[in-house]
Design a protein around this ligand. Structure first.
Ligand SMILES: Nc1ncnc2c1ncn2[C@@H]1O[C@H](COP(=O)(O)OP(=O)(O)OP(=O)(O)O)[C@@H](O)[C@H]1O
Length: 282
């Protein structure tokens, strides 16, 4: 996935200006940034729900800024999205929610097969199969997230977009959700674009982290690479008390040594990991 020179604005309010980001196939990329820096708007631009005023967006080799109608339908079936809060239809059961994209993209699948696929996705998301017959209001917050994930996985996506998946979960539920995301990524070979405020999630499952600030992605790299930068927001975020607590819980020696040395080497004196070598563009 490649985003180049992206500009998003609502009237005079410019959210992104010349924003660029490359996501490698098969990685879990975490997207962090202060509230209102435009993480969700970035995700919405990538999946075609927000029309940018300038820039280029390529997803799985498809030009999202100039979509051809038929290709457009094809590309939308190749990703799954878990919106903040789950965004389930409250009048449908969990199973019926999972069936919505199946009906939309594969209307000819017989009913019983579609039901079976939905029940399988419910199990894949770590819910008991009987949860397929529950309404969202009958589930806990954590179970609703898993139901949203089941729906995001309905079409066997290559790319998974998760918008703050652990927000509102207790720490045990959040850790379990992180494990599930990592397992699914590994077993299904997914590329995961994950917006989060959750430092534990970043340490637990992200291969790289992209930092949004000043209307752009100011840095992207592994956590040790980001720690080597002296940008105030990055230092405050990763090296502040919450960042240190998250690290202590994870106990990663590579990160610990990066935290220990404030003058650690900067990669090329530029933003961490911003080289384009080896990018295969999911
Ligand atoms: N449809 C819209 N119309 C007008 N302004 C919008 C719209 N959607 C988002 N914005 C504005 O764009 C900015 C970025 O919003 P966005 O939701 O992407 O932030 P975020 O980084 O995801 O924040 P948070 O971490 O709080 O969820 C905010 O100032 C928001 O008010």
């Amino acid at each position: 996935m490649v985003v180049e020179g992206l500009r998003n604005a609502f009237g005079d309010h410019v959210i992104h200006e010349n924003l660029s980001l490359k996501v490698k196939r098969g990685e879990v990329i975490g997207v962090v940034g202060g509230s209102g820096t435009g993480k969700s708007v970035l995700m919405r631009s990538i999946i075609g729900l927000q029309q940018p005023t300038a820039g280029e967006i390529q997803v799985l080799g498809h030009d999202m800024m100039n979509p051809h109608h038929n290709d457009d339908i094809d590309i939308r079936s190749r990703w799954g999205v878990l919106f903040q809060g789950g965004a389930l239809f409250s009048t449908l059961t969990v199973g019926e929610n999972v069936e919505v994209p199946l009906k939309q993209f594969y209307p000819d699948i017989p009913d019983d097969l579609r039901n079976e696929i939905a029940r399988f996705k419910v199990r894949l998301s770590g819910l008991p199969e009987k949860a397929a017959f529950n309404y969202p209001s009958e589930l806990s917050g954590g179970m609703r997230k898993r139901a949203g994930l089941a729906r995001a996985l309905a079409l066997d996506p290559e790319l998974l977009f998760l918008d703050e998946p652990t927000a509102g979960l207790d720490p045990i539920g959040a850790a379990a959700f992180d494990r599930l995301t990592r397992e699914l990524k590994e077993t299904l070979g997914l590329t995961v674009f994950l917006i989060t405020h959750d430092l534990d999630t970043l340490y637990a499952i992200c291969d790289r982290v992209a930092v949004l600030a000043d209307k752009q992605v100011i840095a992207v790299g592994t956590i040790p690479e980001l720690l080597a930068l002296d940008h105030p927001w990055i230092q405050e975020y990763f090296n502040g008390p919450r960042g240190r607590a998250a690290l202590a819980a994870k106990g990663d020696p590579e990160v610990e040594s990066a935290m220990a040395g404030p003058d650690a080497e900067r990669p090329d004196g530029n933003s961490a990991g911003m080289d384009s070598a080896g990018m295969t563009g999911a």
